[in-house]
Design a protein around this ligand. Structure first.
Ligand code: ZN
Length: 598
C-alpha cells in the first residue's frame, strides 16, 4: 500500500515487560518529521502522559542514524531527511488496567495510545500494523484478539492488520496470549468474548447467551426497524484477576477487567451479584458503541489528545450510559424487575450520601472531570458529585418525566434515537469525521423530540444542584420510594477501610458525628468507650448505643494518640428502597412498558 504508515510491534522481552515498536514513514516532513504519543486515552479523562513509558528511541534513514530532538514531554522531531524514515523504540508495559499496556509471559495487551506514535501531519493516512509473535516455543500457541480489520493476518492470528487512519488505529486495543474465546452473533453481527487469566470451569456458553440478549436489546433500541448494528464485528476482551473492576469503550470492542469470582461457573444457574456486576459492565461499555463513540460531544470530534478535552456533557455520555446499562439488563430479561429496582435504590443512596452534590452540578463535574472526578481524594464526597451516578438519575428522571407528560407516546429512547440519527449513525461513514453535539443542541433536541419544555429541569438538575424528585416521578409507575434513615442504627458518619487489622477512616462525611467531633480521614480508630475497635467490629460496637449518646473515641493520627467525644446521630446515611406495587393495574402497565422492550 502506497504511503501507508507502517508499524511493527513485537513483545521483545515479556519478562521485562517490553514491547519493541518500529515505525516507518515513506515521506517524512522535509522540515523535520515530528512524532507524538497521546497524553490521554479517549474514555478516561485524565492526563496520563503515556510517553513516559518510552524507554529508548532512535531513528534512521537509508542506513544512517538520524538525530531526534525532544520538543516537549510527548513529542520528538527527526532531523530533515529523505524517506523512508524508521523509528525504533521500546515501551515499558506493566500497567494492569484497561487504559495502557501490559505484557508478561502469560499475555500481552496494548492500547494504541500507549505504543503507537502519531506521525504529525500524516494521521489521515492508512496505517498497517504487523503484530509479531514473541520468540520462543512457549509462545507457539498464542493468538491475537482485536477488532482491527485484518490486512494479511488470519483472524486471531499474528500478522498485519489495517487501520484507515491514526484515530481508528488507537481505537482498537489488542490482546494476545492463550485466552479463552467464544463467538456469538447479535442480530447477525459476529461478536467474540475473550477471557484472559485462569478461570476454572468458566461457563462460556452462559456468558455468550446472556451477552447476546443484551447486545440484541441495544441494537434494537437504536435501530428498531432494521436491527442494524453500527459495527461489522465486536470483541469483548476481559482480563480476569483476583480483585478488580473497570472497562474502556471503543468503537468495535471493549477492554474489561473483572474479578475472577464474578465470572459464571459451569453448572451454576443463579444470578450472583458479581456476575450481574460483570454483565452490567459489559452492557455499559457496549452502549458506548453508540453513545460517545459515535454520538460524541463536540469537544471530542475530533479528540485533541495533547491536552484536556473539556466538555460539560459527560452527564449525558457517561450518566445516560450508566442509566441504560442496568436498564438493558432488565429489558433483555437477564435480571428481573425487583433486582433492577434494587440497583436503582443503591445508586440513589450513593448520590444522596455525599454533600458534594449540593456544591457541584453535573455539568461542572463533567467539565472538571480531569482534575476532580478522576483525581479523587478523601474529601471528594464532600466536594464533588459523580456525573456517572447523578447523571444516571437524571436519565431516569427525564425518562419518567417524558413518559408521563406525553402520555406514554415518547420516552428517553426517542431522544437517544434522535441523537443517533442526527449525530451518530454517519459519524465514521464520510471521508471526514462527523459532527459532535454541543450543549445547547443537546438540550434543544429534548424539547424538539418530546414537545415538552425541559429548560427548567436542566437549569435545576444539570446546571444547578437540586436533588431529583424521584419519589414523585416514580409514583405514577407504581414504584414507592421510602427512605428509612430515621430507623437506622446510629452511626459516626464515616466510611472506613481496612488497614492490617485496623479501622482507618477513608472519608469523614461533612456534618456527621465524626466531623463534629474533630476526626479526620486517615485517622486510625482504635477504641470506642474503652473497647478496642478493629476493622470488622465498628458496627457491632455502635449497635449497643442510641442516637444522642456521647461516646469517647481514641484514634492515632501520625502515630499520635488523640481523644474525641462524638455525639451519635442517625439519619445521615440515606436508606432508600424502591417497592413496586401490583395495583393499580394502570401503573403496573406503565412500569412494564418502561422496563420491557416494547
Ligand atoms: Zn462509561
Amino acid at each position: 500500500m502506497k504511503n501507508a504508515i507502517r508499524f511493527t510491534i513485537t513483545p521483545k522481552d515479556p519478562a521485562a515487560h517490553l514491547f519493541e515498536i518500529t515505525l516507518a514513514v515513506d515521506k517524512p516532513d522535509p522540515e523535520g518529521q515530528a512524532f507524538a504519543l497521546p497524553a490521554w486515552i479517549p474514555g478516561s479523562y485524565m492526563i496520563r502522559e503515556f510517553a513516559r513509558n518510552i524507554v529508548q528511541i532512535r531513528a534512521e534513514a537509508g542506513g544512517k542514524k538520524i538525530a531526534l530532538k525532544k520538543l516537549d514531554k510527548h513529542t520528538w522531531q527527526a532531523s530533515p531527511c529523505n524517506g523512508p524514515l524508521v523509528l525504533t523504540y521500546d515501551v515499558y508495559a506493566w500497567d494492569l488496567s484497561v487504559r495502557a499496556a501490559h505484557l508478561d509471559q502469560t499475555h500481552g495487551f496494548f492500547n494504541g495510545t500507549s505504543v503507537f506514535l502519531a506521525v504529525q501531519g500524516q494521521e489521515g493516512l492508512p496505517h498497517i500494523i504487523d503484530i509479531r509473535r514473541p520468540e520462543g516455543d512457549a509462545y507457539k500457541a498464542w493468538r491475537v484478539a482485536t477488532a482491527l480489520p485484518e490486512h494479511k493476518a488470519k483472524r486471531y492470528g499474528f500478522g498485519t492488520y489495517l487501520a484507515a487512519n491514526y484515530d481508528e488505529l488507537i481505537d482498537h486495543p489488542v490482546e494476545m496470549g492463550n485466552f479463552e474465546l467464544a463467538p456469538f452473533k447479535a442480530h447477525g453481527v459476529p461478536h467474540d468474548i475473550v477471557i484472559t487469566g485462569r478461570v476454572p470451569n468458566l461457563d462460556m456458553a452462559r456468558l455468550c447467551a446472556d451477552l447476546k440478549k443484551i447486545c440484541e436489546a441495544q441494537i434494537a433500541l437504536f435501530e428498531p426497524k432494521t436491527k442494524r448494528a453500527p459495527m461489522h464485528r465486536y470483541v469483548f476482551m476481559t482480563m480476569a484477576i483476583g480483585d478488580g473492576y473497570g472497562g474502556l469503550e471503543h468503537r468495535a470492542s471493549t477492554a474489561l477487567i473483572c474479578s475472577r469470582a464474578d465470572l459464571p461457573v459451569q453448572g451454576q444457574k443463579e444470578m450472583t451479584d458479581g456476575y450481574r456486576t460483570y454483565l452490567g459492565l459489559c452492557s455499559h461499555e457496549y452502549f458506548h458503541t453508540w453513545n460517545v463513540k459515535r454520538i460524541k460531544p463536540a469537544a471530542f470530534a475530533p479528540y485533541d489528545l495533547r491536552s484536556e478535552g473539556y466538555t460539560a456533557l459527560l452527564w449525558l455520555f457517561e450518566g445516560f450510559t450508566s442509566y441504560y446499562d442496568d436498564l438493558m439488563l432488565v429489558r433483555a430479561g437477564v435480571i428481573d424487575e425487583a433486582a433492577y429496582l434494587k440497583l436503582v435504590a443503591k445508586t440513589i443512596n450513593g448520590v444522596l450520601r455525599g454533600s458534594g452534590r449540593t456544591k457541584q452540578s453535573v455539568a461542572e463535574s463533567s467539565f472538571d472531570a480531569w482534575t476532580k472526578y478522576y483525581r479523587q481524594d478523601e474529601n471528594s464526597p464532600n466536594a464533588i458529585v459523580s456525573y456517572y451516578t447523578k447523571g444516571s438519575l437524571i436519565g431516569l428522571a427525564l425518562d419518567l418525566t417524558i413518559r408521563e407528560e406525553t402520555g406514554g407516546r415518547r420516552s428517553l429512547d426517542d431522544v437517544m434515537r434522535a441523537l443517533w440519527q442526527r449525530y451518530g449513525r454517519d459519524f465514521y461513514e464520510g471521508k471526514a469525521l462527523g459532527q459532535g453535539v454541543s450543549e445547547t443542541e443537546a438540550e434543544a433536541l429534548f424539547d424538539e423530540v418530546t414537545g415538552l419544555k425541559l429548560k427548567r429541569f436542566f437549569d435545576r438538575h444539570v446546571h444547578g444542584t437540586d436533588d431529583l424528585p424521584l419519589d414523585k416521578l416514580l409514583a405514577p409507575f407504581g414504584v414507592k420510594l421510602t427512605d428509612d434513615r430515621k430507623d437506622a442504627k446510629p452511626s459516626l458518619g464515616v466510611r472506613t477501610v481496612r488497614e492490617g487489622n485496623d479501622c482507618k477512616l477513608a472519608n469523614v462525611y461533612e456534618g456527621g458525628p465524626a466531623h463534629q467531633a474533630g476526626l479526620s480521614a486517615g485517622d486510625i480508630l482504635i477504641a470506642l468507650d474503652g473497647l478496642r475497635v478493629t476493622h470488622g467490629n465498628l458496627d457491632t460496637l455502635l449497635a449497643r448505643y442510641w442516637a444522642g449518646d456521647t461516646v469517647t473515641l481514641h484514634a492515632f493520627r501520625r502515630d499520635e494518640l488523640m481523644q474525641f467525644e462524638a455525639v451519635l446521630t442517625r439519619g445521615d446515611a440515606p436508606q432508600v428502597t424502591l417497592t413496586p406495587n401490583a395495583k393499580p393495574v394502570g401503573q403496573a402497565r406503565k412500569r412494564s412498558r418502561w422496563l420491557s422492550m416494547d
